[in-house]
Ligand binder design. Structure first.
Ligand SMILES: NC(=O)c1ccc[n+]([C@@H]2O[C@H](COP(=O)([O-])OP(=O)(O)OC[C@H]3O[C@@H](n4cnc5c(N)ncnc54)[C@H](O)[C@@H]3O)[C@@H](O)[C@H]2O)c1
Length: 174
């Protein structure tokens, strides 16, 4: 087993000594904290992003410098109190974009199409999916219909990013 001597960085140690990676400053040491969490140049897909938690998280993505693509079955994103305008404004402030796409995430063909549109229009790398799509069914437990349960589970599975249409691309190595 090779044993590398621990050489203090400041000494004039012999250059033949094997480099010890731990001696190098960690990149995080010199980077400002916001830069460590920056999503600049990326786009995050948010299912169920037409309202509620999805919209709230869209603001968080924008504040981290990322672009957002919200997917929902609602014909328009909720904007009664300027919620969607705020998402668009925040994204624009950091040079990103917020786009909205009407799409049922259980519709595979539509998802493929929507995903293609997102990749084509944002010009940024899709780096993540936030799964917020969900449905609630207020039904007495003893009367719970199996097809309703299946629908809930289908939306929840798709929202985990398992659908063929949701394939976050990896950034190409630079
Ligand atoms: N709000 C809470 O306190 C809470 C707590 C625990 C879990 N959750 C879960 O977090 C998620 C978001 O919660 P929320 O309060 O924002 O709910 P919400 O009902 O306000 O938002 C869910 C969104 O998902 C959309 N949606 C439903 N089916 C869809 C489909 N097939 N394709 C695309 N979009 C679809 C709806 O149109 C809606 O806009 C849900 O899955 C919910 O079950 C919420």
């Amino acid at each position: 087993m090779a044993i590398h001597p621990i050489v203090p960085a400041e000494t004039n140690a012999p250059t033949t000594a094997a480099p010890v990676p731990e001696l190098a400053a960690a990149p995080a040491q010199s980077a400002p904290t916001p830069a460590l969490f920056s999503l600049a140049g990326t786009v995050t897909i948010i299912t169920g992003g037409g309202r509620g938690l999805g919209q709230a998280l869209a603001k968080g993505i924008a504040q981290a410098g990322g672009s957002i693509a919200c997917i929902d079955v609602l014909p328009e994103p909720t904007n009664a109190e300027g919620e969607w305008d705020e998402v668009v404004r925040l994204a624009g402030e950091v040079g990103g974009v917020a786009t909205y796409h009407v799409c049922d995430i259980t519709d595979e063909a539509l998802m493929e199409e929507t995903f293609g549109k997102i990749e084509g229009t944002t010009g940024a790398v899709v780096r993540g999916v936030i799964a917020c799509a969900g449905v609630q069914q207020m039904v007495p437990a003893v009367e719970y219909p199996m097809d309703g349960f299946r629908r809930i589970m289908e939306i929840k599975s798709v929202k985990l990013g398992l659908a063929p249409g949701v394939r976050p691309s990896r950034p190409s190595p630079s």
